[in-house]
Design a protein around this ligand. Sequence first.
Ligand SMILES: [Fe+2]
Ligand SMILES: [Fe+2]
Length: 323
Amino acid sequence: MTVLDLERIAAIRSDPARCTRAVDAALVDRSRPFLPEDQTQLYYTPGYALLDREQRIRYNQLFGLRVNEYIMMLEREFVDPVLRALRRRARRFGSASLVRELEAMREEEAAHYDAFAALNRRCEPESYAASDYWFMQLKPYERAMIAAMNAGARFLPFALWIIVAMEESSIGLATAMRRAGDTPLGGLDPHFVEVHREHAKDEARHIHVDVHLVQACLHTYPSGWRRINARIFMAFMRDMTAPKANGTGARVVRQLVCEYPSLAEHESRLVHGLTTLGENVEFQRSLFNRKLTPLAFELYDREPVFVHLTDVLPGYDRSARAA
Ligand SMILES: [Fe+2]
Ligand SMILES: [Fe+2]
């Protein structure tokens, strides 16, 4: 994939049609799914067969809310501190145009957070009355990592490698939603799809800014420090791609069981299914693969320290990297 130069990125950003615009508030259709089924976790487990059509639609909606929360958490807790901490390095090792794009990106991410929080609130006003988060809760080590990122720039290579992959995933999700058409559960809610489609417009530029940031900043870290960051990155990705019995995905399942008490007898089976996904190659390849996250994979290709990354991300095919 060709990386856009900073002038081209700025030109695209000046075209309102290619920037995320605020979507008019609309009611969501509670009879429709929010996501393609293969963008949910239970879909990849035997337990999915235990749900009837109505339960699958409700699970799909709840998981869709959790997906929005995940994007919000990432953009506020990860992307913003990293971009803030990178300003000085971007100025010193990059260029004025890189700093300008970095600042624009921060503003855009703040607007994205608000858009997803508002969407979730429109879907479930009561559940989001007191907090923007219903399912997401940061783990202690994630909080520690965020505190470290806020305190200094030393963990930034680790964070940049994550951000590129996540931003590319959010574009892939919007594309999958747009192409979904009539799913076995029916057509997706058009308002939900529209918010994601708009979000992907800014992200399509951000992934190129990310690569410029990596190029400007990464070489400024000694190779030993990059190796340590690579280890942290792999531990983080391994953890993030392996749903836990007490994780956010399981919380979604427990909410479904609350709403459908007839599922209570299957709760442990449903949750256990999620805990096997860390070893489920089909699920793992659905999260990250060269088609979905090409720029992230190109960055990983360039790092000798990622020679064993496939052990953590089965969708990462190092052998397919360009010579
Ligand atoms: Fe965003
Ligand atoms: Fe972004």
